[in-house]
Design a protein around this ligand. Structure first.
Ligand SMILES: [Zn+2]
Length: 115
C-alpha cells in the first residue's frame, strides 16, 4: 500500500500558491502603480510588474494543472491536449480519488467513492 500524504501536500501547496498569486494580482499591482506614480510620476513600473505577475500566474496554473498522480505518474488532471484542473475528483488515467489515503480506491458510478 502507498501513502500519498506527501504527494497531496505537494498538490495543495501548488494549488494554494496559484490561488495566492491570483488573489494578489490586483492589490500588488495597484500598490506598485500608486508608488511608482508618486515616486517616479509614471506607470511604467506597474506595467512591468503586471506583465511579470501574469507570467507568474500562468506558470503557477500550468504547474498546478500538470501535477503528477502519485500512483500512475501521469498528469492527474489531464494530458497534453486537455486539463480538467481543478474539477477532476480522480485521476483521469488510473482513477485514484483526489486526496485518497492509503488503500482507498474509486469504486465506480453509483458506489461510494471512498471507503
Ligand atoms: Zn493516476
Amino acid at each position: 500500500m502507498q501513502n500519498y500524504e506527501k504527494d497531496w501536500q505537494d498538490y495543495r501547496h501548488r494549488r494554494n500558491v496559484f490561488l495566492l498569486v491570483f488573489l494578489g494580482y490586483v492589490p500588488t499591482d495597484g500598490l506598485v502603480a500608486i508608488l511608482s506614480e508618486k515616486l517616479f510620476h509614471t506607470f511604467r513600473p506597474a506595467f512591468v510588474a503586471a506583465s511579470l505577475w501574469m507570467a507568474w500566474f500562468v506558470y503557477c496554473g500550468v504547474r498546478a494543472s500538470r501535477w503528477r498522480c502519485p500512483r500512475c505518474g501521469n498528469w492527474f488532471f489531464g494530458s497534453w491536449w486537455y486539463s480538467l484542473w481543478p474539477l477532476a475528483w480522480r485521476c483521469v488515467h488510473c482513477g485514484l480519488p483526489k486526496y485518497a489515503k492509503e488503500g482507498q480506491e474509486f469504486k465506480g458510478p453509483g458506489e461510494p467513492r471512498l471507503s
